[in-house]
Design a binder for this molecule. Structure first.
Ligand code: ATP
Ligand code: MG
Length: 604
């Protein structure tokens, strides 16, 4: 067992790193070790009492501790029952100390790891979320962390309690009859051999189970989030099959693991009992001078050995399971956070946005999604991006708050490259309404005043909602601003959700506003509302609007027409129409599709 394979060293490293998390709880940890030591010490004592019991059958009035002061006068008939009770009480104390304090350590550990993972997750770059599915991320925080505690604490408990029990029992055995005991030792290597062979197998199984569990979570959460699509496209059978497959895979893997354990444990027991049989034979053979009590106590102690040894042999699987869980936890913790090397901080920027010769590829892909993008938005101006789906509009919008890192070209905010800003300072200057509106399962107020804005005065929240034309519908909700919006705002209409998102951006009052318009068709009424909201929002700030309905952007100072990641035309609405090119065609097409609606008067 001395030559370390790379896998062994790495799992040792992981285990020690895990133990590092125990450091803050070292006091409680020490207490629990003391508890387990106490517990372990009582095992040979209880067996030892049997000697006095059996000897006492012949001579109940002999002294238990002949020659000792005070207790020397105790007869066996009183001393044996008394000692049993005392030892049991002592064992109880040990058991309580050990279990209680170890549980505190382990719960603290789960808590710390969970919090560390969650906090780190908040700082991971966007591409990490693109590359890892949410089910696996979630199950790492919920499931893996608990598995890891299994290793960190169950294993420690068993190692200390059962390990010490074995040592104490063994020492007592040696003391009582060393010849017999040495014979037993000869059998130990056999047991050790079995332990190592099984532990390797367990580890492999257990990391497989974890990924299978992640799949189950992932498929479930996709089916839940996408239940509308599942229903309307008749995806039930497909989802059923997919779930069935992953659940079956999980069951199979669990079963394999259980099977390995189930075969392995009785085999080990067989070895141990064979050893016992040999022992019995030897005891009867080599009886010598020993009294009946000595022999009974000896056999009892030897009989107490297999259980802790078996538990010790199982501990490796617990440790391996935990190490497998810890491995993926540490992998995620070691994932580099968003790059934040800029040191510049500005209290307030003017909002001049300049993009120079920007080319961008998503990490790990070949094709440039943006190529040679060049434009300037002066403070207070409105710049619109139009172009067909997939032309790179949202990508450009995502680069400005540095959701992704650009490598070629420059993006300057007030003349300073955005990479030179401190990340949270940069983002403070930008209000973003994303293409997919995200709302939290919370009240309307808390959805508008989210994050840095939390706790904003109610008047400001209301003012923002009014400016976003959201106030009128909020007033009609059952509890107005206290209404819960449901998961991701399901209780609201698409237009209402968008107006809440706009209100949120408005409350932020940032000098640079980026609006990624949702493609979903809104009815003309909502559209008019949103249009009016946007007109108001844009006043006094630089705005980058990504528009699918060209009617939204006729007033823009500059319209950039994008195609395949390049700007193919630029100018004002009038200029572009006169150019009679791409934009003009796009415009004509939309005009055909959307039959002009006569403005109707309406009371609000
Ligand atoms: P739409 O009008 O439909 O919103 P868009 O102009 O906003 O389209 P983008 O979302 O910028 O288009 O996508 C541009 C290209 O980049 C697409 O070809 C898309 O496949 C690719 N893309 C988008 N997001 C990612 C990502 N996270 N990783 C890799 N490629 C991506
Ligand atoms: Mg888009």
């Amino acid at each position: 067992m001395s030559q370390d394979s790379p896998a062994q060293t790495s799992s040792l490293k992981i285990y020690f790193r895990l133990l590092g998390y125990v450091r803050p709880y070292i006091g409680m940890f020490a207490l629990s070790i003391v508890g387990f030591l106490i517990f372990a010490s009582t095992q040979p004592m209880l067996a030892g009492i049997l000697k006095y019991f059996v000897d006492g059958l012949n001579n109940p009035n002999a002294s238990m501790f002949p020659g000792w002061p005070i207790v020397g006068g105790l007869h066996l008939v009183q001393a044996v029952p008394l000692m049993i009770i005392l030892i049991a009480a002592w064992q109880g104390v040990g058991s309580f100390l050990g279990n209680y304090f170890l549980a505190r350590v382990s719960l603290g550990l789960v808590h710390d790891l969970r919090v560390a993972l969650f906090n780190h997750m908040l700082r991971l770059p966007n591409r990490y979320f693109d590359a890892n599915n949410s089910g696996h991320l979630i199950s790492r925080i919920t499931f893996n962390v608990t598995m890891v505690t299994g290793a960190a604490t169950e294993a420690i408990k068993v190692v200390i309690r059962e390990g010490m029990t074995v040592i104490f029992l063994f020492a007592s055995l040696l003391w009582m009859n060393w010849k017999l005991t040495l014979v037993m030792v000869a059998i130990l290597p056999l047991i050790a051999l079995m332990v190592t062979s099984a532990s390797r197998k367990f580890r492999k199984q257990s990391s497989k189970i974890q990924s299978a569990m992640g799949d189950v979570t992932h498929i479930t959460s996709e089916a839940i989030q996408g239940y509308r699509v599942v229903r309307s496209f008749g995806g039930e059978t497909y989802e059923q099959q997919r779930f069935l497959d992953s659940s079956t895979a999980n069951t199979d893997k669990q079963l394999t693991m259980t099977k390995t354990g189930a075969v392995y444990t009785p085999m080990l027991q067989l070895v141990i009992y064979s050893a016992m049989a040999v022992l019995m034979f030897l005891v009867l053979w080599l009886r010598g001078e020993a009294s009946a009590g000595d022999l009974v106590a000896y056999i009892t102690m030897a009989g107490l050995l297999p259980k802790p040894i078996r538990q010790l042999s199982e501990v490796s699987s617990t440790i391996q399971r935990g190490v497998a869980g810890a491995e993926s936890i540490f992998e995620q913790l070691d994932e580099p956070a968003e790059r934040d090397e800029g040191r510049e901080e500005r209290e307030r920027v003017q909002g001049r946005l300049e993009v120079r010769n920007l080319t961008f590829r998503y990490p790990g892909t070949e094709k440039a999604v943006l190529e040679g993008i060049d434009f300037v938005a002066e403070p207070g101006q409105m710049v619109a991006l139009v172009g067909r789906s997939g032309s790179g509009k949202s990508t450009l919008a995502n680069l400005i708050p540095r959701f992704y890192q650009h490598e070629e070209g420059e993006i300057l905010l007030d003349g300073l490259e955005i990479q030179d800003y401190r990340l949270n300072n940069l983002r403070r200057h930008i209000a973003l309404v994303t293409q997919h509106v995200t709302l939290f399962n919370d009240s309307v107020t808390n959805n508008i005043a989210y994050g840095d804005l939390a706790g904003a005065p109610m008047e400001q929240v209301k003012a923002a909602a009014e400016a976003a034309y959201a106030d009128e519908f909020i007033q009609r909700l059952p509890q107005q601003y206290d209404t819960q919006v449901g998961e991701n705002g399901v209780l609201l209409s698409g237009g209402q959700r968008q107006r809440l998102a706009i209100a949120r951006a408005l409350l932020k009052n940032a000098p640079l506003l980026i609006l990624d318009e949702a493609t979903s068709a809104l009815d003309t009424e909502s559209e008019r509302h949103i249009q009016a909201a946007l007109d108001r929002v844009m006043q006094g700030r630089t705005t980058l609007v990504i528009a699918h309905r060209l009617s939204t952007i006729e007033k823009a100072d500059l319209i950039l027409v994008m195609d395949h990641g390049r700007i193919v035309e630029r100018g004002s609405h009038g200029e572009l129409l006169a150019l009679n090119g791409y934009y003009a065609r796009l415009h004509a097409k939309q005009f055909e599709e959307v039959a002009p609606v006569a403005p109707t008067s309406h009371a609000e």
